[in-house]
Design a protein around this ligand. Structure first.
Ligand code: BGC
Length: 249
């Protein structure tokens, strides 16, 4: 089934048509800068633009950097606070005229990695972390998602900021950290994650994951820790997969 997947990010909103059986994009990715401020009305207008661009009608999957429960967004870390408590899925469906399946951006990216990427055929606990503006997390137990984990917001010992404000890719950039300095921060973070959850596998996604040789050597965990295979496409692919499945229920 060919389904539209859309990934709402802090800086860009990206969409493409996806073959949800193969887990592959079948068109180029359309990227439109995220409106500033990223209020629901402005962002939803961009979704409509993407739908029109692909001349699409059918189910749409959307990932957003927020806690999503039954289509309602309950947090807004790198988007406008107007999203908090907003019936986002319903508003997106109304504006586009298409049924929408909305999920947390890291959760939907995780779905793609577990089905088609670095986490396929892996049983037990698999955790995916997206390193970007924030730190997104997704946790799967025997292939089943435990949604809305938000582990970028945990506090490490003696830290004034939450983990994502200390170790996200954005911080490496803003504080001009060397790969070693950043890698050591990630090591502290992932060792703590491992102590709490003991996953079998940790997958690192986000744009920076293609430079994994630079920072993965600093991270020492018992669990295997590997780069995502779908890279920046995971959000689009995973969102489309969830929408296609929702349509079949
Ligand atoms: C948000 C999460 C999101 C992550 C990655 C965090 O700041 O709270 O919902 O998954 O950023 O975008």
């Amino acid at each position: 089934m060919i389904t539209l997947g859309i990934d709402i990010g802090g800086s860009g909103i990206k969409g493409a048509l996806v073959d949800t059986k193969k887990g592959e994009m079948v068109t180029d990715r359309l990227r439109i800068p995220t409106p500033k401020p990223a209020k629901p009305k402005a962002v939803i207008k961009v979704l409509k633009q993407i739908v029109d661009h692909f001349d699409y009608s059918g189910p749409i999957g959307v990932g957003i950097p927020a806690i999503v429960i039954n289509g309602i967004t309950h947090s807004a870390a790198n988007i406008d606070d107007e999203w908090i408590g907003f019936a986002s899925q319903q508003a997106m469906a109304k504006a586009t005229g298409c049924p929408v399946t909305l999920g947390n951006d890291a959760d939907v990216a995780g779905v793609a990695e577990v089905r088609f990427g670095a986490g396929r055929n892996q049983s037990g606990t698999v955790m995916i972390f997206t390193l970007g503006t924030g730190i997104g997390s997704a946790m799967f137990v025997n292939g089943r998602l435990v949604p809305n984990t938000e582990l970028g917001h945990l506090y490490l010992r003696n830290q004034k900021h939450d983990a994502e404000d200390w170790a996200a890719e954005r911080i490496r950039d803003e504080q001009d950290l060397s790969w070693e300095q950043w890698g050591k921060r990630l090591n502290t973070y992932f060792q703590h994650i491992e102590f709490i959850f003991s996953p079998e596998l940790i997958i690192i996604g986000g744009g920076v994951s293609k430079r994994y040789e630079k920072f993965l050597p600093y991270i020492q965990t018992r669990a295997d820790i590997v780069p995502a295979e779908l890279r920046n496409e995971a959000g689009i692919v995973g969102a489309a997969v969830l929408a296609a499945e929702a349509g079949r229920q």
